[in-house]
Design a protein around this ligand. Structure first.
Ligand code: F6P
Length: 366
């Protein structure tokens, strides 16, 4: 338990939505562990497995060859918040606090610390468990790149790569058929994937949650391109993008999830409106979970490996209640409680926004 003696037994879990690079972190934690005289326990399915008592020792052989694998060998869940544990009975959802179960398993497994790899939701849970006396180290992940305390999260580069290659392919078919193609990408509250993917893939319009858009400006852009002889356009829309004064487009709610709102559908809304108001044939492509799956890019493999190795070193130095972070070119640590204060959102004067505008990409902000 907290601060007593040597650090020998480390739990590791992956929480929330998966992303490329999780396995590289697990490997980066597990391979060096024996040099520190530590044993690593892999907790199954994030906090769900922590509550339910599912874990097993991870050996070098378990993590051998996983660097290039997408997903997580441990399994993950975005429904296992121990402080907001949901049980459904007779069509009713009951919310329970299962944090004592987590503490009980932590003690039963004789853990000295836990390395929790996750996004914003996972870090909020980590903060609460730290306050209950558990030794926690956070490792930030999310394709959305919306954690403010780190310059980048691994997984983002892989997602941007998927968007870029998709836009490259959509470019040629849009151009051949003189169509508008709207590509819907992930990004609930932060538009980094749409911004960076749209910039790399040469989108003509980028729609992001931080800049509510004007419908008229979207149509004007398509007309303007036609006047220039460009009879096709590519629109890259984050799932959380919304028109000024309008609402985000949702698919439904699931109260078992840490964030109950399920986004999706803005791509079709935008495509329909464009076709109706410009007369241009329009198609929509939703990239969805393609952005979360598959092998990590070299950049993400390197960042995730550095994060994992740094986390196990932090454990040896008893830097608990902290999260690994990238600041400039350096891997460092920040207090988890400070890491969850605010989300990292795209600012209108971000250099990527300015560069995009300089090369003619429109955000159509109202
Ligand atoms: O948080 C990452 C994210 O990719 C969001 O952009 C997206 O809304 C969400 O995950 C989808 O998660 P799932 O379909 O797994 O519930």
């Amino acid at each position: 338990m907290a601060g007593e003696g040597e650090i020998r037994r480390i739990g590791v879990l992956t929480g929330g939505g998966d992303c490329p690079g999780l396995n590289a972190v697990i490997r980066g934690v597990t391979k060096p562990a024996q040099d520190y005289g530590m044993t690593v326990y892999g907790i199954a399915d994030g906090f769900e497995g922590f509550v339910e008592g599912r874990a097993k020792e991870l050996r070098n052989t378990d993590v051998s060859g996983i660097l290039i694998q997408g997903g997580t060998i441990l399994g993950s869940s975005n429904k296992g918040d121990p402080f907001h544990w949901t049980v459904e009975s007779n069509g009713k959802i009951e919310i329970m606090d299962k944090s004592e179960e987590v503490l009980r398993n932590y003690k039963a497994w004789n853990l000295d610390a836990v390395i929790a790899i996750g996004g914003d939701g996972t870090m909020h849970i980590c903060d609460k468990l730290t306050k209950m006396g558990m030794n926690i180290i956070g490792v930030p992940k999310t394709i959305d790149n919306d954690l403010d305390a780190t310059d980048l999260t691994f997984g983002h580069d892989s997602a941007v790569y998927v968007v870029t290659t998709a836009l490259d392919r959509l470019h040629t078919t849009a151009s051949s058929h003189h169509r508008v193609i709207v590509t819907e990408v992930m990004g609930r509250y932060a538009g980094w994937i749409a911004l960076n993917g749209g910039l790399a893939g040469g989108a003509d319009v980028i729609l992001i949650p931080e800049m509510p858009f004007s419908w008229k400006k979207v149509y004007d852009k398509i007309h303007k391109r036609e006047l220039m002889g460009k009879r096709f356009s590519l629109v890259c829309a984050a799932e959380g993008a919304k028109p000024a004064g309008g609402e985000i487009t949702t698919k439904g709610t699931d109260f078992k999830r840490t964030d109950p709102i399920q986004l999706g559908g803005i791509g079709k809304v935008v495509a329909d409106k464009i076709e109706e108001n410009t007369g241009r044939e329009t198609r929509v492509t939703v990239l969805g979970h393609l952005q979360r799956g598959g092998s990590p890019t070299p950049f993400d493999r390197i960042l995730a490996t550095k994060f994992g190795c740094f986390a196990i070193d932090m454990a040896s130095k008893k830097c608990f209640g902290s999260m690994v972070a990238l600041k400039g070119a350096e891997i460092t640590k920040v207090a988890i409680k400070d890491a969850i204060i605010k989300q990292k959102l795209v600012q209108p004067d971000d250099q990527a926004v300015l560069a995009a505008k300089a090369v003619g990409i429109t955000f159509c902000e109202d």
